[in-house]
Design a protein around this ligand. Structure first.
Ligand code: NAP
Ligand code: F7E
Length: 323
Protein backbone atom coordinates (compact mmCIF):
# COMPACT_ATOMS: atom_id res chain seq x y z
CA UNK A 1 0.00 0.00 0.00
CA UNK A 2 1.23 3.51 -0.84
CA UNK A 3 2.23 5.55 2.20
CA UNK A 4 0.49 8.87 2.90
CA UNK A 5 2.93 11.70 2.18
CA UNK A 6 3.50 14.70 4.43
CA UNK A 7 5.82 17.67 4.09
CA UNK A 8 7.11 19.35 7.25
CA UNK A 9 8.64 22.80 6.78
CA UNK A 10 10.89 23.53 9.76
CA UNK A 11 11.70 19.84 10.30
CA UNK A 12 15.05 20.76 11.90
CA UNK A 13 13.29 22.74 14.64
CA UNK A 14 11.92 21.53 17.98
CA UNK A 15 8.37 20.81 16.73
CA UNK A 16 9.49 19.51 13.34
CA UNK A 17 11.58 16.79 14.97
CA UNK A 18 8.72 15.59 17.22
CA UNK A 19 6.20 15.78 14.37
CA UNK A 20 8.48 13.75 12.09
CA UNK A 21 8.73 11.03 14.77
CA UNK A 22 4.97 11.10 15.25
CA UNK A 23 4.12 10.85 11.53
CA UNK A 24 6.69 8.11 10.91
CA UNK A 25 5.11 6.08 13.71
CA UNK A 26 1.74 6.58 11.95
CA UNK A 27 3.21 5.10 8.76
CA UNK A 28 3.62 8.34 6.76
CA UNK A 29 6.30 8.98 4.16
CA UNK A 30 7.83 12.10 5.71
CA UNK A 31 9.53 14.82 3.68
CA UNK A 32 11.34 17.60 5.50
CA UNK A 33 11.99 20.97 3.95
CA UNK A 34 15.43 22.34 4.80
CA UNK A 35 17.10 25.54 3.69
CA UNK A 36 20.57 25.55 2.22
CA UNK A 37 23.32 26.22 4.75
CA UNK A 38 27.09 25.79 4.69
CA UNK A 39 26.81 23.86 7.94
CA UNK A 40 24.14 21.22 8.54
CA UNK A 41 21.72 21.89 11.39
CA UNK A 42 20.28 18.41 11.64
CA UNK A 43 21.03 17.69 15.33
CA UNK A 44 17.37 17.27 16.31
CA UNK A 45 16.61 14.84 13.46
CA UNK A 46 19.93 12.98 13.33
CA UNK A 47 18.25 9.86 14.70
CA UNK A 48 15.66 10.01 11.88
CA UNK A 49 17.97 10.87 9.02
CA UNK A 50 17.58 7.54 7.22
CA UNK A 51 13.80 7.50 7.73
CA UNK A 52 12.88 10.91 6.27
CA UNK A 53 13.56 12.53 2.90
CA UNK A 54 15.00 16.02 3.05
CA UNK A 55 14.19 18.51 0.29
CA UNK A 56 15.96 21.83 -0.17
CA UNK A 57 13.65 24.83 -0.41
CA UNK A 58 13.30 28.19 1.29
CA UNK A 59 10.34 30.20 2.56
CA UNK A 60 11.85 33.22 0.81
CA UNK A 61 11.88 31.54 -2.59
CA UNK A 62 8.46 31.00 -4.19
CA UNK A 63 9.67 28.80 -7.04
CA UNK A 64 11.48 26.41 -4.71
CA UNK A 65 8.23 25.90 -2.76
CA UNK A 66 6.14 25.27 -5.89
CA UNK A 67 8.71 22.80 -7.22
CA UNK A 68 8.85 20.98 -3.87
CA UNK A 69 5.05 20.56 -3.76
CA UNK A 70 4.94 19.53 -7.45
CA UNK A 71 7.65 16.93 -6.98
CA UNK A 72 6.25 15.35 -3.81
CA UNK A 73 2.48 15.82 -4.23
CA UNK A 74 1.86 15.43 -0.49
CA UNK A 75 -1.51 14.79 1.16
CA UNK A 76 -0.60 17.09 4.07
CA UNK A 77 1.68 20.10 4.58
CA UNK A 78 2.70 21.23 8.08
CA UNK A 79 4.06 24.76 7.85
CA UNK A 80 6.27 25.01 10.94
CA UNK A 81 9.20 26.98 9.50
CA UNK A 82 9.56 30.53 10.77
CA UNK A 83 11.84 32.97 12.57
CA UNK A 84 10.40 32.02 15.96
CA UNK A 85 12.45 33.91 18.57
CA UNK A 86 10.62 37.03 19.78
CA UNK A 87 13.70 39.17 20.71
CA UNK A 88 15.25 38.55 17.27
CA UNK A 89 12.05 39.83 15.70
CA UNK A 90 12.71 43.24 17.29
CA UNK A 91 16.26 43.21 15.87
CA UNK A 92 15.28 41.84 12.43
CA UNK A 93 11.65 42.88 11.91
CA UNK A 94 11.74 42.89 8.11
CA UNK A 95 13.31 39.45 7.80
CA UNK A 96 10.89 38.12 10.41
CA UNK A 97 8.02 39.45 8.30
CA UNK A 98 9.44 37.80 5.18
CA UNK A 99 9.76 34.35 6.84
CA UNK A 100 6.96 34.33 9.34
CA UNK A 101 4.30 36.31 7.46
CA UNK A 102 4.99 36.29 3.70
CA UNK A 103 6.42 32.77 3.90
CA UNK A 104 2.91 31.53 4.75
CA UNK A 105 1.44 33.16 1.62
CA UNK A 106 4.18 31.59 -0.48
CA UNK A 107 3.43 28.15 0.96
CA UNK A 108 -0.33 28.61 0.44
CA UNK A 109 0.21 29.82 -3.12
CA UNK A 110 2.30 26.72 -3.87
CA UNK A 111 -0.46 24.46 -2.49
CA UNK A 112 -3.20 26.34 -4.36
CA UNK A 113 -1.30 26.20 -7.63
CA UNK A 114 -0.37 22.52 -7.50
CA UNK A 115 -3.31 20.75 -5.81
CA UNK A 116 -6.15 22.30 -3.80
CA UNK A 117 -6.86 18.99 -2.09
CA UNK A 118 -3.63 19.17 -0.05
CA UNK A 119 -4.38 19.76 3.63
CA UNK A 120 -2.42 22.66 5.15
CA UNK A 121 -1.54 23.30 8.80
CA UNK A 122 -0.29 26.75 9.84
CA UNK A 123 1.73 27.06 13.07
CA UNK A 124 0.04 30.07 14.67
CA UNK A 125 0.95 31.35 18.09
CA UNK A 126 -0.44 32.62 21.38
CA UNK A 127 1.87 35.62 20.82
CA UNK A 128 -0.94 36.91 18.56
CA UNK A 129 -3.02 37.57 21.70
CA UNK A 130 -0.23 39.63 23.28
CA UNK A 131 -1.90 42.24 25.45
CA UNK A 132 -5.03 40.17 25.97
CA UNK A 133 -8.11 41.86 27.47
CA UNK A 134 -9.21 38.69 29.28
CA UNK A 135 -7.99 35.32 30.46
CA UNK A 136 -8.07 32.54 29.36
CA UNK A 137 -7.71 33.34 25.66
CA UNK A 138 -9.80 31.58 23.02
CA UNK A 139 -10.93 32.19 19.42
CA UNK A 140 -13.14 35.05 20.55
CA UNK A 141 -10.21 36.95 22.10
CA UNK A 142 -9.05 39.87 19.93
CA UNK A 143 -5.45 39.83 18.75
CA UNK A 144 -3.09 42.50 20.12
CA UNK A 145 0.44 41.33 19.23
CA UNK A 146 3.37 42.94 21.06
CA UNK A 147 6.31 42.12 18.79
CA UNK A 148 7.12 41.99 15.07
CA UNK A 149 6.96 38.20 15.52
CA UNK A 150 3.43 38.38 16.90
CA UNK A 151 2.36 40.78 14.16
CA UNK A 152 3.79 38.47 11.48
CA UNK A 153 1.94 35.50 13.01
CA UNK A 154 -1.34 37.45 12.92
CA UNK A 155 -0.77 37.92 9.18
CA UNK A 156 -0.01 34.18 8.81
CA UNK A 157 -3.20 33.33 10.67
CA UNK A 158 -5.48 35.56 8.59
CA UNK A 159 -3.94 34.60 5.24
CA UNK A 160 -4.59 30.95 6.14
CA UNK A 161 -8.22 31.77 7.00
CA UNK A 162 -8.49 33.82 3.81
CA UNK A 163 -7.22 31.03 1.52
CA UNK A 164 -9.66 28.62 3.18
CA UNK A 165 -12.56 31.01 2.60
CA UNK A 166 -11.49 32.18 -0.88
CA UNK A 167 -10.28 28.97 -2.51
CA UNK A 168 -11.93 26.28 -0.40
CA UNK A 169 -8.55 24.92 0.77
CA UNK A 170 -8.40 22.63 3.80
CA UNK A 171 -6.17 25.18 5.54
CA UNK A 172 -6.22 25.46 9.34
CA UNK A 173 -4.49 27.62 11.90
CA UNK A 174 -3.48 25.98 15.17
CA UNK A 175 -3.03 28.70 17.78
CA UNK A 176 -0.54 26.97 20.02
CA UNK A 177 0.56 28.24 23.40
CA UNK A 178 4.19 27.80 24.49
CA UNK A 179 5.41 24.22 24.29
CA UNK A 180 8.79 23.09 25.46
CA UNK A 181 11.02 20.03 25.64
CA UNK A 182 14.65 19.00 26.02
CA UNK A 183 14.92 19.90 22.29
CA UNK A 184 13.86 23.53 22.81
CA UNK A 185 16.39 26.10 21.53
CA UNK A 186 18.68 27.30 24.35
CA UNK A 187 17.68 30.96 23.86
CA UNK A 188 14.06 30.38 24.99
CA UNK A 189 13.56 30.97 28.70
CA UNK A 190 12.67 27.42 29.78
CA UNK A 191 15.65 25.77 28.15
CA UNK A 192 17.92 28.67 29.09
CA UNK A 193 16.99 27.96 32.70
CA UNK A 194 17.26 24.15 32.62
CA UNK A 195 20.57 24.25 30.75
CA UNK A 196 21.97 26.78 33.22
CA UNK A 197 20.72 24.67 36.15
CA UNK A 198 22.66 21.71 34.76
CA UNK A 199 25.85 23.76 34.34
CA UNK A 200 25.54 25.27 37.83
CA UNK A 201 24.84 21.84 39.34
CA UNK A 202 28.00 20.47 37.71
CA UNK A 203 30.06 23.43 38.93
CA UNK A 204 30.59 24.98 35.48
CA UNK A 205 28.71 28.23 36.13
CA UNK A 206 27.57 30.22 39.16
CA UNK A 207 24.82 32.54 37.94
CA UNK A 208 21.97 32.77 35.46
CA UNK A 209 20.89 36.15 34.06
CA UNK A 210 17.20 36.47 33.30
CA UNK A 211 14.84 39.27 32.27
CA UNK A 212 11.23 39.61 33.39
CA UNK A 213 10.55 36.99 36.08
CA UNK A 214 6.89 38.02 36.40
CA UNK A 215 5.90 37.05 32.84
CA UNK A 216 3.33 34.23 32.87
CA UNK A 217 3.06 31.51 30.25
CA UNK A 218 0.90 28.47 29.58
CA UNK A 219 3.65 25.87 29.09
CA UNK A 220 3.01 22.40 27.63
CA UNK A 221 5.14 19.59 26.22
CA UNK A 222 6.02 19.81 22.50
CA UNK A 223 5.53 16.04 22.02
CA UNK A 224 1.86 16.43 22.98
CA UNK A 225 1.31 19.48 20.78
CA UNK A 226 2.47 17.88 17.51
CA UNK A 227 -0.27 15.28 17.98
CA UNK A 228 -2.81 18.13 18.12
CA UNK A 229 -1.39 19.44 14.80
CA UNK A 230 -1.95 16.05 13.16
CA UNK A 231 -5.44 15.73 14.65
CA UNK A 232 -6.33 19.13 13.19
CA UNK A 233 -5.56 17.86 9.69
CA UNK A 234 -7.74 14.77 10.26
CA UNK A 235 -10.86 16.82 11.10
CA UNK A 236 -13.91 16.49 8.81
CA UNK A 237 -14.26 20.25 8.39
CA UNK A 238 -11.35 22.69 8.50
CA UNK A 239 -11.38 25.16 11.39
CA UNK A 240 -8.97 26.96 13.70
CA UNK A 241 -8.32 25.93 17.29
CA UNK A 242 -6.50 27.07 20.41
CA UNK A 243 -4.16 24.41 21.82
CA UNK A 244 -3.00 24.92 25.40
CA UNK A 245 -2.99 23.37 28.87
CA UNK A 246 -5.22 26.03 30.50
CA UNK A 247 -2.70 26.56 33.33
CA UNK A 248 -0.23 29.40 33.67
CA UNK A 249 2.98 29.93 35.66
CA UNK A 250 5.51 32.73 36.05
CA UNK A 251 9.09 32.54 34.81
CA UNK A 252 10.02 32.77 38.52
CA UNK A 253 7.98 29.63 39.29
CA UNK A 254 9.64 27.80 36.41
CA UNK A 255 13.09 28.78 37.67
CA UNK A 256 12.25 27.87 41.27
CA UNK A 257 11.05 24.40 40.25
CA UNK A 258 14.02 23.80 37.92
CA UNK A 259 16.66 24.72 40.52
CA UNK A 260 14.83 22.65 43.14
CA UNK A 261 14.80 19.63 40.80
CA UNK A 262 18.61 19.77 40.91
CA UNK A 263 18.73 20.33 44.69
CA UNK A 264 19.61 24.04 44.32
CA UNK A 265 18.10 27.28 45.64
CA UNK A 266 17.19 29.55 42.70
CA UNK A 267 17.59 32.75 44.75
CA UNK A 268 21.32 32.10 45.15
CA UNK A 269 21.90 31.93 41.39
CA UNK A 270 19.36 33.99 39.43
CA UNK A 271 20.34 37.57 38.63
CA UNK A 272 17.81 39.91 37.03
CA UNK A 273 19.29 41.75 34.07
CA UNK A 274 17.09 44.60 32.77
CA UNK A 275 18.92 44.44 29.44
CA UNK A 276 16.89 41.27 28.80
CA UNK A 277 13.55 43.10 29.11
CA UNK A 278 11.68 43.38 25.81
CA UNK A 279 10.65 46.68 24.16
CA UNK A 280 7.02 45.54 24.64
CA UNK A 281 6.26 42.55 26.85
CA UNK A 282 3.52 39.94 26.75
CA UNK A 283 2.82 39.74 30.48
CA UNK A 284 0.27 36.96 30.85
CA UNK A 285 -0.90 34.19 28.58
CA UNK A 286 -3.28 31.38 29.48
CA UNK A 287 -5.10 29.41 26.81
CA UNK A 288 -8.62 28.04 26.84
CA UNK A 289 -8.25 24.57 25.28
CA UNK A 290 -11.90 23.50 25.77
CA UNK A 291 -12.69 23.44 22.04
CA UNK A 292 -9.52 21.51 21.19
CA UNK A 293 -10.30 18.97 23.94
CA UNK A 294 -13.81 18.53 22.53
CA UNK A 295 -13.17 18.62 18.77
CA UNK A 296 -9.82 16.82 18.64
CA UNK A 297 -10.32 14.49 21.62
CA UNK A 298 -6.84 15.62 22.60
CA UNK A 299 -5.40 16.37 26.03
CA UNK A 300 -1.88 17.25 27.17
CA UNK A 301 -0.24 14.30 28.93
CA UNK A 302 2.67 16.11 30.63
CA UNK A 303 2.14 18.40 33.64
CA UNK A 304 4.15 21.56 34.28
CA UNK A 305 6.09 19.83 37.08
CA UNK A 306 6.93 16.80 34.92
CA UNK A 307 7.96 19.03 32.04
CA UNK A 308 10.41 21.02 34.19
CA UNK A 309 11.84 17.89 35.79
CA UNK A 310 12.21 16.18 32.40
CA UNK A 311 14.07 19.16 30.93
CA UNK A 312 16.41 19.49 33.94
CA UNK A 313 17.22 15.76 33.93
CA UNK A 314 17.90 15.82 30.16
CA UNK A 315 20.19 18.85 30.45
CA UNK A 316 22.14 17.33 33.34
CA UNK A 317 22.72 14.20 31.21
CA UNK A 318 23.69 16.37 28.23
CA UNK A 319 26.17 18.54 30.14
CA UNK A 320 27.68 15.45 31.84
CA UNK A 321 28.20 13.80 28.43
CA UNK A 322 29.93 16.94 27.14
CA UNK A 323 32.49 16.90 29.98
P1 NAP B 1 12.20 26.46 15.93
O1 NAP B 1 12.77 25.39 16.79
O2 NAP B 1 12.75 27.84 16.00
O3 NAP B 1 12.31 25.95 14.40
C1 NAP B 1 12.07 26.81 13.32
C2 NAP B 1 12.32 26.05 12.02
O4 NAP B 1 12.09 26.93 10.91
C3 NAP B 1 13.74 25.51 11.86
O5 NAP B 1 13.66 24.23 11.28
C4 NAP B 1 14.34 26.51 10.86
O6 NAP B 1 15.38 25.96 10.09
C5 NAP B 1 13.14 26.77 9.97
N1 NAP B 1 13.28 27.98 9.13
C6 NAP B 1 13.43 29.25 9.56
N2 NAP B 1 13.51 30.07 8.51
C7 NAP B 1 13.40 29.31 7.37
C8 NAP B 1 13.40 29.59 5.98
N3 NAP B 1 13.58 30.82 5.50
N4 NAP B 1 13.25 28.56 5.10
C9 NAP B 1 13.12 27.32 5.57
N5 NAP B 1 13.11 26.98 6.88
C10 NAP B 1 13.25 27.98 7.77
O7 NAP B 1 10.62 26.57 16.17
P2 NAP B 1 9.60 25.56 16.93
O8 NAP B 1 9.61 25.87 18.39
O9 NAP B 1 9.85 24.18 16.45
O10 NAP B 1 8.21 26.10 16.37
C11 NAP B 1 7.64 25.60 15.16
C12 NAP B 1 6.66 26.62 14.60
O11 NAP B 1 5.61 26.84 15.54
C13 NAP B 1 7.25 28.00 14.33
O12 NAP B 1 6.57 28.54 13.21
C14 NAP B 1 6.89 28.81 15.58
O13 NAP B 1 6.84 30.18 15.27
C15 NAP B 1 5.55 28.22 15.90
N6 NAP B 1 5.15 28.23 17.30
C16 NAP B 1 5.97 27.73 18.26
C17 NAP B 1 5.55 27.65 19.57
C18 NAP B 1 6.42 27.06 20.64
O14 NAP B 1 6.12 27.29 21.82
N7 NAP B 1 7.43 26.28 20.30
C19 NAP B 1 4.26 28.11 19.92
C20 NAP B 1 3.44 28.61 18.90
C21 NAP B 1 3.87 28.65 17.59
P3 NAP B 1 16.96 26.07 10.53
O15 NAP B 1 17.21 24.84 11.37
O16 NAP B 1 17.64 26.06 9.22
O17 NAP B 1 17.12 27.35 11.30
O1 F7E C 1 9.96 33.94 26.64
C1 F7E C 1 10.55 36.03 29.66
C2 F7E C 1 10.24 36.77 28.37
O2 F7E C 1 11.51 33.53 24.74
C3 F7E C 1 8.96 33.66 27.58
C4 F7E C 1 8.26 31.16 21.08
O3 F7E C 1 8.28 29.78 20.86
O4 F7E C 1 6.41 30.96 22.57
C5 F7E C 1 7.73 31.45 22.46
O5 F7E C 1 7.75 32.86 22.67
C6 F7E C 1 8.89 34.77 28.63
C7 F7E C 1 8.86 36.20 28.03
O6 F7E C 1 9.14 32.58 24.70
C8 F7E C 1 14.15 35.73 29.82
O7 F7E C 1 10.27 38.19 28.57
C9 F7E C 1 12.55 36.37 31.13
O8 F7E C 1 7.87 36.95 28.69
O9 F7E C 1 10.80 31.58 26.19
P1 F7E C 1 10.46 32.87 25.55
P2 F7E C 1 7.99 33.51 24.10
O10 F7E C 1 8.47 34.89 23.88
O11 F7E C 1 6.79 33.31 24.95
C10 F7E C 1 5.46 31.52 21.65
C11 F7E C 1 4.14 30.85 21.86
C12 F7E C 1 5.95 31.49 20.24
O12 F7E C 1 5.16 31.40 19.32
C13 F7E C 1 7.39 31.82 20.02
O13 F7E C 1 7.81 31.34 18.74
O14 F7E C 1 10.06 34.72 29.44
N1 F7E C 1 11.98 35.98 29.96
N2 F7E C 1 13.89 36.23 31.05
C14 F7E C 1 12.94 35.57 29.13
N3 F7E C 1 12.88 35.07 27.87
C15 F7E C 1 14.06 34.71 27.29
N4 F7E C 1 14.01 34.17 26.05
N5 F7E C 1 15.26 34.87 27.92
C16 F7E C 1 15.37 35.37 29.18
O15 F7E C 1 16.45 35.49 29.74
Amino acid sequence: MKKRKAIITGITGQDGSYLAEFLLAKGYHVYGMVRRSSTETFDRIQHLITDVDLVQADLLDQLSLINMIKKIRPAEVYNLASQSFVPTSFEQPVLTGEFTAMGVTRMLEAVKLVDRKIRFYQASSSEMFGLAPHSPQNLKTPFHPRSPYGVAKVYGHWITVNYRESYDLFAVSGILFNHESPRRGKEFVTRKITHAVARIKLGLDKNLRLGNLDAKRDWGFAGDYVEAMWRMLQMKTPRDLVVATGKTYTVREFAKRAFRAAGLNWEKHVVVDPRLYRPAEVHTLCGDPAEAFRVLRWKPSVTFERLVDMMVAADIRLVERQQ
